[in-house]
Design a binder for this molecule. Structure first.
Ligand code: 4AD
Ligand code: MG
Length: 461
């Protein structure tokens, strides 16, 4: 079979030639003597028009085709200078590979994204989701390409772990115990020594701690895999299962970290603009007018930089606009993040040096003793897309921070070892992959950029 992409890309070569394509029917309209089928084959954003005639022996069967049917068409590609589409296929044969029932839920009219969310198995056949998931695929490829071109080693970190990287206690437990009737310790707590791994385990919230061990051996590494968070936040930006990219670099400080993040985002935007122009034009026309201008502006300008303390000063002046009033020490809410990047900076911005109390245990303490060398990258329309930091590389400082937070040293022995054997200044960050796809496409809900979303009360299909 030839693909529709191939025909569009090399139309001169195929013109007036015989081609065979397979795909799914988007619409059929017929008269007594002939009819038109709009065919989509999944390889290209555009469709192909097929003309069929009553000279074909299965004319009646073709005329009765429903939307969604799978067919294989053999015919001649001819130019149609007067029509909207540049060419069509004059069919000689239309073979029905699989008919479609008349109750096919996707019809020609535009369906709402909410309705399409109820059929995650069929929505990839629509224009919107064709565009989203091709861009998602290209975006993943671009990220690998970016890091591989720079010599980063791709490390596969485990999904089942015994530690809580972010210390937020938002983990899904993994257990083979019968939790209706679990073995108990003398004090009545569950005896996890009887569990599969001989201890309590969970799905990972981040590959960072494992990633750091490889950075201390390869210098520059990255992870790209699924992560899990049992955050009870039913928002448009939180999923329970999402993908994260986590580079980690030895001999790199916070500024190196931000430079890498900025270069990566710009690279990915450029790659997708160049390699999915049809899809990006679609988003710009139907999902988010102004998307292309915004992204083009981003690749050609510098990201903003502001410390947490400066950001709080800027935001406090606008406290009348917020549901949650800001003050030094508070965690930034989405409304504050978006105000900073959309109203004040009007472009992506790095916020650095957060109070240590609102950040994870592993971040490097600044000289002021109050803030840590953290950086979040905020982008318009979303808020936080990247969270990262320079890591605490001093054994004693890390140890005392862990003691303060009540983390058990024995659970983090491997992590402490890195500070004992050839410790380096090192930094890394986590890019939320779905948030990155939202940013690139203008899609407003995380449920619409991951094929099968897992969110609060939703684990269907
Ligand atoms: O800021 P976070 O929690 O950072 C970490 O996990 C670090 N260990 C990363 C590192 O330094 N290696 O998460 C990183 C990013 C966030 O900025 C956000 O984009 C995304 O992961 N993220 C989520 N995306 C979707 N749904 C959720 N529930 C998310 N939680 C975080
Ligand atoms: Mg964060």
């Amino acid at each position: 079979l030839t693909t529709v992409r191939e025909i569009y890309k090399n139309r001169e070569q195929y013109m007036n030639q015989e081609v065979t394509v397979g795909g799914w029917v988007r619409s059929v309209r017929g008269s007594k003597a002939f009819g038109f089928i709009v065919l989509h084959d999944g390889t290209y954003f555009e469709t192909l028009q097929i003309v069929y005639h009553d000279t074909m022996e299965n004319f009646a069967e073709i005329s009765k085709l429903n939307v969604g049917a799978a067919i294989i068409v053999k015919g001649t590609l001819v130019p149609t200078p007067e029509a909207k589409q540049p060419f069509e296929i004059q069919a000689e044969e239309v073979q029905v590979e699989g008919a479609s029932a008349p109750d096919y839920p996707l019809q020609k009219k535009r369906h709402t994204l909410e309705y399409l969310r109820t059929m995650t198995h069929l929505r990839p056949r629509t224009n919107t989701f064709q565009a989203v998931f091709r861009v998602r695929s290209l975006c993943a490829y671009a990220i690998h390409k970016f890091f591989q071109e720079r010599g980063f080693v791709y490390v596969h970190t485990p999904l089942i772990t015994g530690s809580d990287c972010e210390g937020a206690g938002e983990m899904f437990q993994v257990t083979t115990l019968d939790m209706k009737n679990p073995p108990l310790n003398e004090d009545g707590t569950v005896d996890y020594s009887k569990d599969f791994f001989g201890k309590e385990t969970n799905l990972t919230v981040s590959g960072q701690l494992n990633g750091e061990t490889y950075a201390q051996a390869f210098r520059n590494i990255y992870t790209f895999g699924p992560t899990f968070r049992a955050e009870n936040s039913n928002t448009t930006r939180h999923a329970a299962e999402f993908w994260m990219i986590e580079p980690e670099c030895a001999f790199a400080d916070l500024n190196d970290n931000m430079d890498l993040a900025e270069a990566m985002l710009k690279y990915v935007i450029r790659y997708v603009l160049e390699n999915a122009p049809e899809e990006m034009n679609f988003f710009n026309s139907f999902i988010d007018k102004g998307l292309l201008d915004r992204l083009n502006h981003v690749v050609n300008s510098e990201f903003g930089h502001v410390t947490y303390t400066e950001a709080i000063e800027l935001l406090e002046k606008n406290n009348d606009k917020f549901d949650y009033k800001v003050f030094w020490g508070c965690d930034l809410q989405t409304e504050h993040e978006r105000y900073l990047t959309e109203q004040i900076f009007k472009k992506p911005v790095f916020v650095t040096d957060y109070p240590k109390e609102i950040k994870a245990f592993y971040m490097k303490l600044n000289d002021d003793g109050k803030t840590v060398a953290a950086m979040d990258c905020l982008v318009p329309g979303i808020g936080e897309i990247i969270g990262g930091s320079q890591r605490e590389d001093d054994y004693e400082k890390l140890k005392s921070r862990m003691d303060e937070l009540g983390l058990k040293a024995e659970d983090y022995q491997f992590y402490m070892d890195l500070r004992k054997y050839g410790s380096t200044r090192h930094s890394g960050y986590g890019l939320g992959f779905e948030r990155c796809v939202m940013y690139l496409t203008g899609m407003g809900n995380i449920r619409d950029v991951i094929p099968f979303p897992r969110t609060v009360n939703n684990c269907d299909l």
